[in-house]
Structure formats: structure tokens, C-alpha cells
Design a protein around this ligand. Structure first.
Ligand code: HAM
Length: 432
């Protein structure tokens, strides 16, 4: 290509969102707002407060918390060298950052436990597909400090289930498991590894690799031919120490007391290294293969691992993109349209009345469209209809001089004269 042609191409280049990232646009963003608003309301009733944390952190924070051998750290992080040569990464999740903030702000001195939530984007360089993006959004909640009483685990789960119920999310299934602690899990992993070595030849390449690096992850495999082999492997429930066993039994009892239905899933190990004891995942309808809409678990050692005091911790993250997808797929995406008015202003003389009407209605919470340029009545009503607006207020010379405004309810076509001072009351009565 000649230099001139290259320059021209550069000039006319149309930019597109980077693969795996998306623009979220109206009207869909109204649903995102409703979901986030509901999360804030529900979480507040359980005593949680919001944190807003940096989008990038030292790479080591994630490497140390999530684990070097995990897919997230070894393959999926957006890592770069900053100008001062330190290595930083876009956050792939926010549990590590929340623990960092807990330590940095001495939150162990606050009344315990500390309950925090965060609704923000995360970044993982995964292969994009439906429900899987490189920039995605999580609704994350963590409870740090205090005790590791099983009622805490159950309450965290109850909270997320209450949230899903409020949204009328369909086909919700909660899977739970206990993956033991640093006393009992190493022995189980040893046993599992030995059992896996015996069947190594029958396993696929990914699972073979995992035997060495992270044998628990073999249990995650979805490969058809591996399923009968995995079913015969030793199960962690049979190898939990007494403390973990009784903790797990008590968590289940606490869930039952709260009326939360669960499925025990011994293969639920989760993909991040910091977990111990309770792990859980929630799936929902309409998501295909990426059907986990929430994942979480207990991580008692993590704050200490990051240089803080011994601290209990448990939490979860909801994949907001997937939650929205599931709500859309099952027709639960409706958001209240809200009260809305289109002002049809006829003639220069009505302009001032139109402006003050718009201002009054907006201060009463109405959405108001006041066209910048005068339109013919027919065109204005057509435009209002296209925008899904409920009422048209028609202001011509007669309306302004008599103070009797013409109001049309667009869904029914009824038209009435309404006294200017009674306009807000009238619209509120008509609005259903
Ligand atoms: P996670 O299982 O890695 O856990 O992610 C939680 C949820 O985020 C997943 O169930 C999924 O819904 C969503 N998610 C993950 N990756 C993507 C992606 N590429 N595209 C769209 N959605 C995605 C964690 O992140 C833990 N920090 C959760 C936690 C909090 N555990 C304790 N506290």
C-alpha cells in the first residue's frame, strides 16, 4: 500500500469495540439499572455497604490470592508494565482487592464482621462467547472478620437467593459443597492424584495436565468420555476432617432453617485457589454452557496470606451479564416505563408556557420531551408514539389564553381539556 493510501485508510478507519467488550445501550441499560438498584436494596437490608475499588492493582495481589496455576492468573489476566516498570493487572475479580482494602484501612478495628459489596466491571482474556466476555460485570459481596459460624455461610447464600427471587430469575439452582481445609484437603488431593494417575491414559489432554498442577480441577471437566471415570474417583465428603464435616452439616441445616433449597454437588471445587470449606454456585435458565450466574465460597486464610491478621471471610460474585441474559431470555426484562409526556407546542406564543410546563413536570419526576423545533401536531403525536410516551400535552394559543390544556392519552386516544393547575394530578390519575 502506498503511503498516501495508508494515510487515507487510517483517516477513514471505523473503530469498533474490542473483541469481548460490549457497548451497553438504552433501553437495555434500564434493566441493568433495575438489577443494580435491587441488589443495593436487598444487600442494604442485610447490612452491607458499598466499596468502589481501583480497576487495576499490583499483579502480585492477584497471583498470590487466586493462585499461579489457575486459568485466571496463568492465562487470562490483562497484565502490563507501568511506566515505573511495576507490573500491574486489570482486576479479574474483586475478592483479592476487597481483602487488600480491608487490611489497608484497618477494617479489623471496625465492629466485625464487615460486610461489603461492589458492582463493577472485571477483565479476563477468555474466549468470548454467549455469556462470556473479556470485560464483564460482577455484583460482588464479601463478609470479612468475626466468626466462621455456619449461620454466616447460610445467610450469605440466603441473601443472594433473596435477590434472585426479587428479580424473578427463572430456573435457579443452588449447588453447594465443602472442599475441606488445610488440614484435610491435602490428604484428599493426594488420594485424588493417585487415583487420577491410575486412569491418566483414559483422560483428555487438559485433565492430564491438571493432575500435576491442580488435580481438583479435573472434577470440573465437562468432557463426555471423562464423566464415568470421574464418577468413580474418591469424593471429598468422605475425607473431610471432623471440624469441616460438622461445619458442612451445620451449613446445610442453617439453609434448611431459612427455607433455601440446595443440591449437594461433590464436584463443585471452583477455579480459584483461596477457597476452603463451603463453596457454592448458582445456575439459571437460558444461558447455555455458561450457565453459572453466581459463584462463591469461604476463604478464611486469604487476608492473612495478604499480610493481614487472621480473618474469616466468605462471599460471592454474580455475573451480571449472565443474570441480565437469563432475565431477557425468560421475558423478565420489563422495566417500568415511567410517567412520560410529549409537549406539542404550537406557535411562538406558546413557547414560554411549554417551557414552564416541561420544567414543572420534570420536577414532579415525569420524563418530558419538548421538541427543539416546532412540529405539526400529527408528526408530533407520531413521534411521541414511536418513543412509547404515554401522554401528549398540546399547547396552542387557545390553551395558553384559557389555561385549559389539551391532554391526549396516547394508548387510548382519549383527549380532554385539563385546567393548567390540575395537570400533574390529572396525569398521575391517568397513569397506571
Ligand atoms: P468466579 O466463579 O470466577 O468467582 O466468577 C463469578 C461469576 O462471574 C461467574 O459465576 C460468572 O457468572 C461471572 N463470570 C466470570 N467470568 C466471566 C466472563 N468472562 N464473562 C461473563 N461472566 C463471567 C469469582 O470471581 C470470585 N471472586 C467470587 C467470590 C467472591 N468468591 C468469594 N467472594
Amino acid at each position: 500500500m502506498s503511503e498516501g493510501a495508508a494515510k487515507k485508510e487510517e483517516k477513514t478507519r471505523r473503530f469498533q469495540a474490542i473483541k469481548g467488550t460490549r457497548d451497553l445501550l438504552p433501553p437495555e441499560t434500564a434493566l441493568w439499572n433495575r438489577v443494580e438498584q435491587t441488589a443495593r436494596e436487598v444487600f442494604t437490608t442485610f447490612g452491607y455497604g458499598e466499596v468502589r475499588l481501583p480497576i487495576f492493582e499490583p499483579t502480585d495481589l492477584f497471583a498470590r490470592s487466586i493462585g499461579l496455576d489457575t486459568d485466571v492468573v496463568s492465562k487470562e489476566m490483562y497484565t502490563f508494565e507501568d511506566r515505573d516498570e511495576t507490573s500491574v493487572s486489570l482486576r479479574p475479580e474483586v475478592t483479592a482487592s476487597t481483602c487488600r482494602a480491608y487490611i489497608e484501612h484497618n477494617m479489623q478495628q471496625l465492629p466485625q464482621p464487615v460486610k461489603l459489596y461492589c458492582i463493577r466491571p472485571m477483565f479476563r482474556r477468555e474466549r468470548p462467547q454467549k455469556g462470556r466476555y473479556r470485560q464483564f460485570y460482577q455484583i460482588n459481596a464479601e463478609i470479612l472478620g468475626g466468626t466462621d459460624a455456619p449461620a454466616i455461610d447460610a445467610e450469605v447464600i440466603e441473601m443472594v437467593m433473596t435477590f434472585f427471587e426479587r428479580l424473578e430469575l427463572q430456573g435457579v439452582q443452588l449447588d453447594i459443597n465443602s472442599i475441606g481445609c488445610k488440614n484435610c484437603r491435602p490428604q484428599y488431593v493426594k488420594l485424588l492424584k493417585a487415583a487420577l494417575e491410575k486412569v491418566k491414559e483414559k483422560l483428555g489432554a487438559d485433565s492430564q495436565r491438571r493432575i500435576e498442577a491442580n488435580p481438583l480441577r479435573v472434577l470440573d471437566s465437562k468432557l463426555e468420555h471423562e464423566q464415568p471415570i470421574i464418577e468413580k474417583l474418591p469424593r471429598i465428603a468422605d475425607h473431610l476432617c471432623e471440624d469441616c464435616k460438622s461445619h458442612y452439616a451445620a451449613v446445610k441445616k442453617e439453609l434448611e432453617l431459612r427455607g433455601v433449597e440446595y443440591h449437594e454437588n461433590w464436584r463443585l471445587v471452583r477455579g480459584l485457589d483461596y477457597y476452603m470449606r463451603t463453596t457454592f454456585e448458582i445456575t439459571a435458565k437460558g444461558l447455555g454452557s455458561q450457565n453459572a450466574v453466581c459463584g462463591g465460597g469461604r476463604y478464611d486464610g486469604l487476608v492473612e496470606l495478604l499480610g493481614g491478621p487472621p480473618t474469616k471471610g466468605i462471599g460471592f460474585a454474580i455475573g451480571e451479564d449472565r443474570l441480565i441474559l437469563s432475565l431477557q431470555e425468560s421475558g423478565r426484562e420489563q422495566t417500568q416505563p415511567g410517567r412520560s409526556v410529549y409537549i406539542v407546542c404550537i406557535g411562538e406564543g406558546s413557547r414560554s408556557a411549554a417551557l414552564s410546563t416541561a420544567s414543572n413536570l420534570r420536577s414532579e419526576g415525569f420524563r418530558v420531551e419538548l421538541p427543539a423545533v416546532e412540529q405539526k401536531v400529527g408528526k408530533a403525536l407520531g413521534q411521541a408514539d414511536k418513543l412509547g410516551i404515554q401522554f401528549a400535552v398540546i399547547l396552542g394559543e387557545t390553551e395558553v389564553s384559557t389555561g385549559q390544556y389539551t391532554v391526549k392519552t396516547l394508548s387510548t386516544g382519549t383527549q380532554e381539556k385539563v385546567e393548567k393547575s390540575k395537570l400533574v394530578d390529572y396525569l398521575n390519575q391517568q397513569y397506571v
